[in-house]
Design a protein around this ligand. Structure first.
Ligand code: UDP
Length: 239
């Protein structure tokens, strides 16, 4: 498998199309799959928190979510093919799930947000089989909830608890399932619900989605300072 290490994290070096082919085939074969969509914040956090680092090392695939990771790979002269944003990957997987009649479970976000997410996904993918959903304000050791999900035998489980909680939840419970592609999707349900807007296409094309988010959600400013720090460390490493 093609992997590129950036700040100790092993990214899978595939394009969106390649990832989709791999995931579709694994879903068909009912191979359990743990996907992490890692942005610079996740990489930095994993380098600080050993437990989280260990959790990420159990993922089958880590996708480069965020242009910062792609820039870092170029600085290190081991370029990743492209950015694979978590929200986009989720949309494509929902499309595949609808076409193939696969079962989807949605876990995460606040109750109202989840409800809007559910409705909006149903609007876009009317034939999609969403077998269940639950808000994300849970204890990660809630076994009753896990059992209720296991019984539904979903093929795709989207976990929107934010990092690190979503990856901890997946790591802790994935063994109880017979099958399923598990993916942490951070704030994606907020976007599905229409509560957070994604940048217009041109901004995304120009790799300026981070700037758009900064303008729209200035409260994230402190969190976003991680990006220059992350790139600075990568540059130091290159020298
Ligand atoms: N969230 C949740 N349970 C929690 C904490 C957060 O379901 O215990 C949800 C929150 O409502 C939001 C998402 O997780 O929908 C986190 O979004 P954020 O943008 O902070 O995540 P990131 O993309 O940074 O991982």
């Amino acid at each position: 498998m093609s992997k590129i290490k950036i700040q100790n994290i092993n990214f899978s070096n595939y394009s969106m199309v390649e990832f989709l082919k791999i995931f579709e085939s694994r879903i068909d074969k009912e191979e359990k799959t743990f996907v992490v969509t890692a942005n610079p914040e996740i990489v930095e956090y994993a380098n600080k928190e050993h437990n989280y680092y260990e959790t990420l090392s159990k993922a089958d695939y880590i996708t480069p979510d965020g242009i910062g990771v792609v820039i870092a790979s170029k600085i290190l002269k081991r370029p990743l093919k492209e950015r694979v944003a978590g929200y986009d990957l989720m949309s494509e997987l929902l499309n595949i799930a609808e076409m193939k009649g696969k079962k989807v479970y949605l876990l995460g976000a606040k109750d109202g947000t989840l409800e809007k997410t559910y409705q909006n996904i149903k609007k876009k993918f009317p034939e999609l089989n969403i077998v269940g959903r639950h808000h994300g304000y849970i204890d990660i050791s809630d076994e009753e909830l896990v059992q209720s999900i296991v019984e539904l035998q979903p093929d795709l489980i989207f976990v929107a608890l934010g990092f690190p909680k979503q990856e901890y939840w997946i790591e802790r419970h994935i063994d109880k399932f017979q099958k399923g592609l598990f993916m942490g999707v951070g704030g994606s349900f907020d976007v599905w619900a229409g509560e957070v807007k994604r940048a217009p296409e041109v901004w995304i094309k120009l790799n300026l989605e981070w700037l758009y988010r900064l303008i729209k959600q200035p409260t994230r400013f402190k969190r976003m300072l991680v990006l220059p720090q992350f790139l600075f460390k990568v540059m130091l490493k290159r020298k």
